[in-house]
Design a protein around this ligand. Structure first.
Ligand SMILES: [Zn+2]
Ligand SMILES: [Zn+2]
Length: 174
């Protein structure tokens, strides 16, 4: 939970500003696992809510699109959103409201921005060699069991039994 107290600014006149620094370790934002969340948020009281702006650094747990290894992808969040005042009903465009007690949980906002900041095809490293197309082993971790052979085209793999047969019938000694 990313709970922040907005009691003062929620009851202030428009124009009032506040800032809050975040430095959180390992938090869960909905379905996302964040290694950390750091940065400064600026709040401005506007007519019908509180404008929340700021740049946050986080790292979102995801899976490499090539080798399927879980890792934390660094994501920069450039937040610019309005949260509602106490007594307002949430809307799809403004899902976060300050509660009557002055607190608001920014988790849904942070989750949305973190999700949007994730690349479509995350890579654990830019040169990740991925999985071996033949044995499915993780090449970088040395899981590939295909030895030093050239990577085998799956179309040739179908012919392999025939080749072995041919070799056997030639009377290989070894
Ligand atoms: Zn990878
Ligand atoms: Zn392999």
């Amino acid at each position: 939970m990313i709970k922040i107290n907005f009691a003062d600014i929620a009851h202030a006149t428009p124009g009032k500003q506040e800032r809050v620094s975040l430095d959180m370790e390992h938090l869960i934002a909905g379905d996302l696992d964040l290694a950390y969340l750091r940065g400064t948020l600026h709040f401005t009281r506007v007519d019908h809510g509180i404008l929340v702006e700021g740049k946050l650094e986080t790292a979102v747990k995801t899976e490499c699109s090539r080798c399927l290894t879980p890792f934390y992808e660094p994501v920069t969040i450039e937040l610019a959103d309005i949260i509602g005042l106490p007594g307002m009903s949430p809307t799809p465009e403004r899902p976060v409201n300050v509660h009557e007690d002055g607190w608001a949980d920014l988790t849904p906002l942070i989750r949305e921005y973190a999700w949007l900041g994730l690349p479509l095809n995350p890579l654990c490293s830019p040169d990740c060699p991925g999985l071996c197309p033949v044995c499915g082993g993780n090449i970088r971790k040395g899981e590939c069991t295909c030895g030093d052979d050239e990577p085998i085209d799956p179309r040739w793999e179908a012919l392999r039994p025939l080749l072995n047969e041919a070799e056997t019938s030639q009377g290989h000694e070894g």
